[in-house]
Design a protein around this ligand. Structure first.
Ligand code: HEC
Length: 117
């Protein structure tokens, strides 16, 4: 998914705040991330240290917008989809988890994660 969703480029500092928001299906529920000030990190998905070196921004965007295009059985939520979803939490019915700008901010943040732990 090479095209950014917004005209405004993603902002990595904002993206870091977005992924920490535990109300919005935080990545930390399932992934360890280099965010030491949060005490709890999940291990359902792989650690995200170094993803900025392993994936291009286009691949990271694809993963956030529609992870089921990569693996139809993944438990990772689609952060920017309204159709074809199952098990949608009530407060997210009819809206995406992240806005387009938040997707771009998170992609920009993930792209900075180039170091292995
Ligand atoms: C409910 C659990 C869950 C949540 C929440 C979640 N993920 Fe994932 N994620 C996974 C799983 C499981 C995988 C492993 C591959 C698969 O199943 O798609 C994965 C894979 C990934 C990958 C590929 C990593 C690799 O090394 O192959 C990236 C990047 C990623 N997730 C980013 C995120 C980001 C960023 C967020 C928050 C915006 C997030 N994930 C939220 C479960 C989750």
């Amino acid at each position: 998914m090479p095209e950014p969703l917004t005209a405004e480029p993603g902002n990595p500092e904002r993206g870091r705040l977005v992924v920490r928001d535990l109300g919005a299906a935080s990545c930390l529920i399932c992934h360890a991330m280099p965010i030491p000030e949060e005490p709890d990190h999940g291990d359902i998905g792989p650690p995200l240290h170094g993803v900025g070196a392993r994936f291009t921004p286009a691949e990271l965007r694809q993963r956030l917008v529609d992870p089921k295009a990569i693996d139809p059985d993944t438990v990772m939520p689609s952060y920017y989809q309204l159709e074809g979803l199952r098990d949608v939490l009530g407060r997210f019915v009819g809206r995406t988890i992240y806005t387009a700008q938040q997707i771009e901010d998170v992609v920009a943040y993930l792209a900075t994660l180039t170091e292995d732990p």
